[in-house]
Ligand binder design. Structure first.
Ligand SMILES: Cc1cc2nc3c(=O)[nH]c(=O)nc-3n(C[C@H](O)[C@H](O)[C@H](O)COP(=O)(O)OP(=O)(O)OC[C@H]3O[C@@H](n4cnc5c(N)ncnc54)[C@H](O)[C@@H]3O)c2cc1C
Length: 587
């Protein structure tokens, strides 16, 4: 097979908010930037972010970055790295104003300032009254953000490779990163993109769970590529289950609904969150609400014939608020739950939503991993930002609207770091002769496999295993069984066959390649979860119900090769302020 080779200063895999914010910064200084995306850029999952982007603008209630930092550290259940959290919260106002100046159409308050709404886990004065911190464009904030960034990139001459799928990371004998291989999805043509800097912004991997709020493309490709290239994955046991996915379909109903005053009820009509979180109630942190809901259902107070969901009530907000502030939510509820929230409550269940773990980085977006000599070093030429990265600002549990913030803060920071690094390393390093070998042999295996299993069947087994053995609550026996089951599924992944080899849209081939990546994400998740014997943030174990700072205040690193686990300390020291020492987390 002949392979086309192209050279760029920077190759970015992923055109969501993170990839596009980074690309913009780089293209604007005249660097030659290629951005690859499996879908048209504005269809990346960022487009479906509903609720908002956090920043302590203080437009509605008094606020400052230090309070935001405290809430984020607490929300992370003290697993977040405090240097990165300080960095993010301090830059929040600046990056939001920057978006405003790029033309992002935020909603406005009466006085013309950016509209802000309250979200879970936001407080004033280090744990006091509810803060109002999420800047919003109705319930379509991600849509507004992504379109704004795309338009800016078009005028900055960023070069997009639309419907090109990144396949594998290219590293040389020293382990430095030199670019990626990629495949045009329609034709199957393979290309080698050589770069002085390679940035991953491939988003999350929520599709490994059967019920999830993620887009079809969120298969954790960046993590798969990194894992296959020897980079460990950090904190993969921590997955956020969003309290309000529409029952039976998983489609997300934003926390903005509760921010605007909606609340959850059980089959007796009781507002049960008052029992679990007397102060914050329905706006307690997501892990707390999701667990409360799971307990209500388990104890028989769920709604419907099967007592298997709860109801989100918002009719009391009135038709005007619902139509102006939550129009997209209303549309989703009517379409997917056949319930018009102006009159009827929406049936909801906790649903896999966000991956706190990912490719380990520092707060400059540089990937850090055991590599040439040390246990943790910057990998030359490799950067990661957005949901695929673990900085770690979200620790064991992300607060709502902190992800969009993470994308733009670290997208910009990584780009600035690349600009500096390219001044020191201005040349392309030579490619090894076998640069495309790994990808070509994966493709050849798929082409030649005989009597293999159907890709869809194995994908289904993977998702069911994750859902059943690694869900909202985790038990010793299910985790132990889960490890064995996911190992068996992983073996099946290596024997899949493409039954329909027609090249029309190439979907079967793409799904098989995606499954290779989902496998890495799923295996890392199950092993890391089984090993962590405590409950922290989104990782809730029945057999170890308490957080255990003496033994577990540390990040997990999972290496695909040999299924090896290692740990590294949490960076408890912020950049300029005193650290927030771990204390009991109540809402
Ligand atoms: C329904 C929903 C609502 C949300 N609401 C909010 C909210 O209100 N506020 C908030 O802060 N967060 C929210 N989140 C979380 C937040 O939206 C995401 O974490 C964030 O948008 C991820 O952005 P990203 O740039 O990292 O990746 P994405 O936006 O997911 O983009 C990933 C990109 O990578 C590309 N890609 C992936 N693999 C490959 C490959 N192999 N080759 C080439 N390209 C590839 C894709 O094509 C895409 O362009 C929400 C999430 C969901 C699912």
């Amino acid at each position: 097979m002949t392979i086309i080779k192209r050279k760029f200063d920077v190759v970015i895999v992923g055109a969501g908010g993170a990839g596009m914010r980074a690309a913009l910064q780089l293209s604007e200084v005249g660097l030659k930037v290629a951005v690859l995306s499996k879908v048209f850029p504005t269809r990346s999952h960022t487009v479906s972010a509903q609720g908002g982007i956090a920043a302590s603008l203080g437009n509605v209630t008094e606020d400052n970055w230090h309070w935001h930092m405290y809430d984020t550290v607490k929300g992370s259940d003290y697993l977040g790295d405090q240097d990165a959290i300080e960095f993010m919260c301090r830059q929040a106002n600046e990056v939001v104003y920057e978006l405003e100046h790029f033309g992002m159409p935020f909603d406005r308050l009466e006085n013309g300032k950016i509209y802000q709404r309250p979200f879970g886990g936001q407080s004033q004065n280090f744990g006091g009254a509810q803060a109002t911190r999420s800047c919003a464009a109705a319930d379509r904030t991600g849509h507004a953000l992504l379109h704004t960034l795309y338009q800016r990139n078009v005028s900055a001459n960023t070069q997009f490779f639309v419907e090109w799928m990144g396949l594998d990371l290219i590293r040389d004998a020293q382990g430095d990163v030199l670019g990626v291989t990629a495949m045009e999805m329609e034709t199957g043509e393979v290309m080698l993109l050589q770069a002085k800097a390679t940035l991953f912004a491939t988003g999350g991997g929520g599709r490994i769970f059967q019920a999830n709020t993620n887009a079809l493309i969120n298969t954790g490709d960046g993590l798969g590529m990194a894992a296959r290239a020897g980079i460990p994955l950090e904190d993969m046991e921590f997955w956020q289950f969003h309290p309000t996915g529409i029952h039976g379909v998983g489609v997300l109903i934003s926390e903005a609904v509760r921010g605007e005053g909606g609340y959850l009820i059980n089959k007796d009509g009781e507002r049960f969150m008052e029992r679990y979180a007397p102060n914050a109630k329905d706006l307690a942190s997501r892990d707390v609400v999701a667990r409360a809901m799971t307990l209500e259902i388990k104890e028989g107070r769920g709604c419907g014939d099967d007592n298997d969901h709860l109801l989100l009530k918002l009719d009391h907000l009135g038709a005007d608020i619902i139509k102006s502030r939550l129009p997209g939510i209303r549309e989703l509820a009517i379409k997917f739950a056949h319930a018009d929230p102006i009159h009827d409550p929406i049936p909801v269940v906790p649903t896999a939503h966000y991956m706190m773990g990912g490719i380990p980085t520092n707060h400059y977006g540089q990937v850090v991993a055991p590599y040439k000599t040390g246990p943790e070093e910057v990998v030359t030429g490799f950067y990661a930002v957005g949901e695929c990265a673990c900085v770690s600002v979200h620790g064991a549990n992300r607060l709502g609207t902190n992800s969009l913030l993470d994308l733009v803060v670290f997208g910009r920071a990584a780009a600035n770091q690349i600009i500096e690094d390219l001044k020191i390393n201005p040349h392309h390093k030579p490619l090894p002769a076998d640069a495309a070998e790994k990808s070509l042999s994966r493709l050849a295996r798929l082409e030649n496999q005989k009597d293999g299993e159907n890709v869809a069947q194995v994908t289904d087994a993977l998702c069911k295993t994750m859902q059943t053995y690694c869900g909202v609550f985790r038990f010793e026996d299910t985790l132990l069984q889960g490890v064995e089951k996911i190992k068996a599924v992983a073996e099946r992944v290596g024997r899949t066959e493409i039954k329909d080899k027609s090249r029309v849209f190439n979907t079967a081939r793409i799904e098989a390649l995606e499954l290779d990546n989902m496998k890495e994400v799923a295996v890392a998740t199950m092993f890391s979860a089984e090993a962590r014997r405590e409950s922290r943030g989104a990782h809730a174990r029945d057999d170890f119900p308490e957080r255990d700072d003496d033994n577990w205040l540390k990040h997990t690193l999972f290496f695909s090769d040999g299924h090896r686990l290692d740990y590294k300390p949490v960076r408890l020291k912020p950049l300029t302020v005193d650290s927030f020492p771990p204390k009991k987390r109540t809402y």
